[in-house]
Design a protein around this ligand. Structure first.
Ligand code: TRP
Length: 335
């Protein structure tokens, strides 16, 4: 048997909507880097998804290249996984069309993210926004993925992909593998530095709420200095101390230790010193990634080649599934 033939398949993607946060890094991309060692991984830049909200074309293009450079700078290895841009592989949109006919308007309009985004972009509730999870199902099902690493906010979409896969298989015969969501544990819980009741989000209005992968050292230190804590001055994780708990989990994610170990490290120290240490630890991890991203962005030819190679692999893998689907639904494909 050829090497790798029996490996399980992983699929995931991030939208090129600019500026990843340290939550995206610790919760998603870093985990992908570990997974590429054991699995057959497809990691996409979901530009088709991105245009479901308004994008400036030049920015979208720039963010796509930046995200590719970030993927590589974080340690994704194009030899080990397929890194590609979703719109480079036409099968995604093609399978989405077929899956649309197996998805009910009722179930699509009940998706939490659709409702949230409809409220947020009330002047642009377009068909693509509602179709978003069906396109995501197409992404996943095309590669017969076994596992889909996502944040909790995307779990409902993976469940819809499962329902659609089962429905297709029941109607047309065994075709798709039913994927499992892989909900990440560590890093999944990085919260806003200004309001730990909320997830750290790149679109937060408060500029001090999120730390971006692109933030320079001074900015990182300043944001952590301003992070909310409490009036107790004791460094331990507990539900009544959401600010301190969040800082402890960020520290543990970036220092590579457990929260208990982090508590021991900072026992008896003051909040000022603690926040500085968290900031420095994060900044130290980001510095080499930023340097590598910058280097890669100055070599567009190389980035283009990597993405081209990734798209070729994705194209080959997904073409088989799509032609099987076309045959099963009854499309004439020649004698
Ligand atoms: N919707 C995902 C997000 O915003 C990105 C995404 C697109 C994705 N297609 C996917 C994630 C397929 C997992 C699998 O986070």
């Amino acid at each position: 048997m050829a090497e790798g033939e029996n490996k399980k398949i992983i699929y995931s993607a991030v939208q090129p909507s600019g500026n990843l946060t340290i939550g995206n890094y610790a919760g998603a991309i870093r985990n992908w880097v570990r997974l590429q060692e054991e699995y057959d991984c497809f990691y996409a830049i979901a530009d088709l998804h991105a245009i479901t909200v308004r994008q400036e074309p030049e920015k979208l293009r720039r963010h796509t290249l930046e995200l590719a450079a970030t993927y590589l700078a974080c340690g994704l290895d194009p030899e080990k996984c397929a890194l590609y841009v979703q719109s480079h592989v036409p099968q995604h949109a093609e399978l989405c069309w077929v899956l649309n006919t197996l998805t009910y308007v009722g179930e699509a309009s009940r998706m939490t993210q659709f409702k949230d985004k409809s409220a947020k972009h009330a002047d642009n509730i377009n068909m693509g926004l509602m179709d978003y999870p069906v396109l995501m199902a197409a992404d996943i099902l095309l590669y017969l993925a076994d596992c889909v690493p996502v944040g909790v906010d995307q779990k409902q979409h993976v469940e819809l992909a499962r329902d659609i896969a089962i429905r297709f298989n029941n109607r047309y015969g065994e075709t798709f593998r039913v994927p499992e969501p892989l909900i990440r544990r560590d890093g999944a819980s990085i919260r806003s530095l200004q309001d730990p009741a909320k997830k750290m989000s790149k679109s937060d209005e408060n500029p001090n709420a999120a730390v971006f992968l692109s933030d320079d050292r001074d900015t990182v230190l300043r944001k952590f200095r301003r992070a909310v804590t409490d009036s107790e001055n004791s460094i331990r994780a507990s539900e009544e101390k959401p600010g301190v708990s969040n800082l402890l989990s960020i520290y543990s994610a970036f220092a590579g230790c457990t929260v208990e170990e982090a508590e021991k490290t900072f026992e008896g120290r003051g909040y000022g010193e603690f926040k500085l240490a968290v900031g420095e630890t994060v900044a130290d991890v980001l510095a080499p990634i930023q340097a590598e991203q910058k280097r890669l962005l100055s070599d567009r030819r190389y980035l283009t080649e990597i993405l081209k190679g990734g798209a070729e692999r994705a194209y080959k893998a997904s073409r088989k599934t799509l032609s099987k689907v076309y045959r099963k639904v009854g499309f004439f494909q020649g004698e």
